[in-house]
Structure formats: structure tokens, C-alpha cells
Design a protein around this ligand. Structure first.
Ligand SMILES: Cc1cc2nc3c(=O)[nH]c(=O)nc-3n(C[C@H](O)[C@H](O)[C@H](O)COP(=O)(O)OP(=O)(O)OC[C@H]3O[C@@H](n4cnc5c(N)ncnc54)[C@H](O)[C@@H]3O)c2cc1C
Length: 427
């Protein structure tokens, strides 16, 4: 029992939890990771694999609200909201609207930039050179649009990119045909973002973190954390489905399920799940050099070692509703529209739970009023990018070291501050 007193417990073996655990372990901490499932079984399993060091555009942007009714009524649209779940999601959706105001968007973009820009360095640090180049391709990403004219959303994205000094190279329809032979002529223009990249297998990438952790003496327990009990004199007891575990610090990195552990402690965070789908094409008959994101239809295609992954869509329906495979079938229609020669006959569908905050930024650091309880969650659409830098930051905070960047933008307390301007406006 005594060695349990000084260990750190990390709850969740996704990208956020395992990056935190590895950084802590390498600093000499005894670390235990608890998850009922093997590493990379949550959102980290089936994402699009984009690692976007040069992406600093939040999901909520000015003008988006006007588009929502159109999206909701379009079967092929990027967003769906389950009407039965809508009342539960409403407070989060209101904060999402709040986050889409321009002054806030600029702050969020700065914070995304600060966090994301070191992602490749962190992945290299965690994996070592050989594993990094086996699993990660830092070769760029392409964005495409189906209309010649720049939409207001695309113009805003360009402004945010330029503000951050991010390099992007415009591509004509002919350039796109050279890069992606067979691409539909309706794709009118594109943009290469050379500073971004991708992984050829998100599941293998995150499972490798788990292997490295165990090889270096870390303990991975297949248990479900049921409740956190603060201990007198400091630290926490984690009541799992089979045992009581004690730690000097506990890190909650349970992805979209994190609120189940935080709510009973009275820690209120706006965490919602944006459910997303992928269709894995195992015999697509075409090859892509790099990922391509269709910004006009909000989906992307990533070349992976086991086929082509078509991913996207946001579904607001909570953690309990069964998957709606119609949302995944839409992805097949989309990829056929972009690459008419693609063979979609052999496909596997998957659904995952993005752990999303309304402002596209993760929640990192000590939980308000709870000494020794740390949060590493809420990476939403960007966990494969933000996960490693976040793990480094949270480990540094636990170790009493100063992170290289200002961590205030990621603190849970920001949601308390955010409600102030709203009240002022109402008054
Ligand atoms: C369709 C889709 C496409 C995406 N594409 C990209 C992309 O291209 N690039 C990108 O950067 N991000 C992308 N994302 C987002 C990315 O996948 C997530 O942000 C990231 O995986 C979140 O990691 P996590 O570790 O926080 O959560 P998860 O990977 O979900 O891990 C959480 C873990 O916690 C465990 N857990 C839950 N409850 C408990 C409990 N009570 N006790 C113990 N353990 C528990 C779960 O079993 C799970 O293993 C995408 C997501 C989706 C759904």
C-alpha cells in the first residue's frame, strides 16, 4: 500500500492519458494507467489521423450559426442533432455560439497555435526517431473546395493562418489533378499546408505509447474507475470495479466519459461528445500521397497502412444512443463524389466519441478547488495533434515545473470567466 501513496494514477488509455503517463514516467514518477479497455480503444482508435501542427482554426466561427438550419435538414450535411438529446446539449451549444464571436476566436486561435506547433517534436520525443518515421508522415495536408470563389469561412481561415504566419500554398484544379489523379473536376481549388502531416495508423500509434509505457515498467490496469474519493491529508482513492487504488495525484483523461467522474465531485465542465464516423476502405483501388480534406462537404480522406479512411461528420446525440450507420454511409457517397473511380465495396464503419469543449481548446491542469486532481481532456477534433503537447504540459504541472507556454487559456476556470460578458450583454 505504501508505494501506492506516492504514485500518480492516470484514468484513460487514449492519446491524452498515455502521453501524460509517458512524460511522467520518464521524469521518474511511478505511474499507473487505468482503463477497462486496451490502449487506443476510444476516440483514439478510429480518428482521421491528421496531425496538424499548423492548424489554429477553431470549430466554432462567426457566421456558422446561420448555416446550422441548412446543415440539419441536409441528409449529406456535416451536422446532425438528435432531437431527444437537444435539451441536454443546449447549454453546451450556447457556449459554442459564445465561442464563435470574433474576439474570442482570435484568442482561441492563439492558444491552439501555441499548443499545436510542437506536436511533431513531442511525438518524436515520445516515440524515438525510428518509430516516429514508421508511424507518422510529416508531409503536409491538402484542403480543397468545390467552388472557385473564396467563401467567407475560407477567407476567415486564411486570415487566421496568415495572422499566425502559417505557410500555405494555393493549388489550382490542374495542380490538384497532378497530386491526386482521378479527382473529380468539380473540385475547383485547393491549398497545401506543408507543416501538417498524418499517421498511417492512429490505433497502432497510440497502442505503441502503451507498449513503451509498459516496457519501461509502467502498470496498465484493466479496470473501470467508478468514483474518486479525496483522502484526508491529500491524494485520492480511485474506486474501480474491482479494487481501491490510491494515488498522490490523479489525472482524468477519460475522454468523452470524463464527466462521469467529475460531476459527483461538483466539478462542472462543459464537455459534450461530438460523435464522428469513419468508413475504412480496405480495397479502394486508388492511392493518395497525403490526406485531403474537402472543406465544402466537411469530410476528409487519409491514406493509411490498411486502406483509405474516410472520416468526418458531427452528431450530437450523447454517449448512450446507438450508432446511426446512415451517417457513415454518407461518407461513402462523399468519397465517391470526390474520387469517382474509388472502390467502396469493401468497407468497415466505425463511430467514436470526440471529447469536445465548446471552444475547441482542451482542459489542462489542476481541477478547480481539488488539490492533486488534474485534467487532461477535451481535445475534441484535435487530440492526435494536441494530445502529446498536452501530456507534456500536464506532467510538468504535476512535477512543479513551468511549462514553456502560458497555460491559462486551457484552465477549467475559463468557463467561469466566459459567462461574465454574456451577463453584461444581457444587462
Ligand atoms: C471521426 C473522428 C475523426 C477524428 N479525426 C482527428 C484527426 O484527424 N486529428 C486529430 O487530432 N483528432 C481527430 N479526432 C479527435 C481525436 O480522436 C480525439 O480528440 C482523441 O482521440 C481524444 O483522446 P482521449 O485520450 O482524450 O480520449 P479517448 O481516446 O476516447 O480515450 C479515453 C479513454 O478513457 C477510457 N475511460 C472512459 N471512462 C473510463 C473510466 N471510468 N475508467 C477508466 N477509463 C475510462 C476509455 O475506455 C478510453 O480508452 C477525431 C475524432 C473522431 C471521432
Amino acid at each position: 500500500m505504501s508505494n501506492q501513496e506516492s504514485q500518480t494514477i492516470v484514468i484513460g488509455a487514449g492519446v491524452a492519458g498515455l502521453c501524460t503517463a509517458l512524460y511522467l514516467q520518464r521524469a521518474g514518477r511511478a505511474v499507473v494507467v487505468i482503463d477497462p479497455l486496451p490502449p487506443a480503444s476510444g476516440a483514439s482508435f478510429g480518428n482521421a489521423g491528421l496531425i496538424s501542427a499548423d492548424t489554429s482554426v477553431p470549430i466554432a466561427l462567426p457566421g456558422m450559426l446561420r448555416k446550422v438550419p441548412g446543415w440539419l435538414t441536409d441528409r449529406l450535411g456535416p451536422l446532425s442533432v438528435d432531437p431527444r438529446y437537444f435539451p441536454k446539449a443546449l447549454p453546451w451549444l450556447l457556449r459554442w455560439i459564445e465561442a464563435s464571436r470574433m474576439p474570442r476566436v482570435l484568442q482561441i486561435s492563439d492558444a491552439m497555435r501555441a499548443l499545436h506547433r510542437t506536436t511533431f517534436d513531442c511525438w518524436k520525443e515520445l516515440l524515438g526517431q525510428t518509430r516516429f518515421y514508421d508511424l507518422v508522415r510529416p508531409v503536409g495536408q491538402v484542403h480543397v473546395w468545390e467552388m472557385e470563389a473564396e467563401s467567407p469561412a475560407a477567407a476567415l481561415e486564411r486570415t487566421l493562418r496568415e495572422r499566425q504566419g502559417i505557410r500555405a500554398e494555393p493549388l489550382t484544379a490542374d495542380d490538384l489533378r497532378q497530386l491526386f489523379p482521378g479527382i473529380n473536376r468539380r473540385v475547383a481549388r485547393g491549398m497545401l499546408i506543408p507543416g501538417n502531416g498524418f499517421t498511417v495508423n492512429p490505433q497502432r500509434l497510440v497502442a505503441t505509447l502503451g507498449e513503451l509505457f509498459v516496457e519501461a515498467g509502467g502498470t496498465l490496469l484493466q479496470e473501470r474507475a467508478m468514483k474518486l474519493i479525496p483522502r484526508e491529508g491529500g491524494g485520492y482513492t480511485v474506486m474501480t470495479n474491482t479494487a481501491w487504488r490510491s494515488g498522490a495525484e490523479v489525472v482524468i483523461a477519460a475522454g468523452a466519459w470524463s464527466r462521469q467522474l467529475l460531476d459527483p465531485l461538483g466539478i462542472r465542465i462543459p464537455l459534450e461528445t461530438e460523435r464522428g464516423y469513419h468508413a475504412m476502405l480496405t480495397a479502394p483501388g486508388i492511392e493518395l500521397k497525403m490526406p485531403i480534406s474537402n472543406k465544402s462537404r466537411a469530410f476528409g480522406v487519409t491514406p493509411m497502412e490498411h486502406g483509405l479512411r474516410v472520416a468526418g461528420t458531427v452528431e450530437i446525440a450523447g454517449l448512450e444512443a446507438p450508432p446511426n450507420e446512415e451517417r457513415a454511409k454518407v461518407l461513402l457517397e462523399h468519397v465517391q463524389g470526390m474520387f469517382p473511380e474509388v472502390d467502396t465495396r469493401e468497407h468497415r464503419f466505425w463511430m467514436g466519441f470526440r471529447p469536445s469543449t465548446p471552444d475547441s481548446l482542451p482542459i489542462l491542469g489542476e481541477a478547480p478547488g481539488q488539490r492533486g486532481l488534474y485534467l487532461a481532456l477535451g481535445h475534441g477534433h484535435f487530440g492526435m495533434t494536441g494530445g502529446p503537447p498536452s501530456g507534456k504540459i500536464v506532467s510538468q504541472l504535476i512535477l512543479g515545473q513551468a511549462p514553456e507556454i502560458d497555460v491559462a487559456p486551457y484552465a477549467a476556470e475559463r468557463f467561469q470567466r466566459m459567462s461574465v460578458p454574456a451577463q453584461r450583454r444581457a444587462g
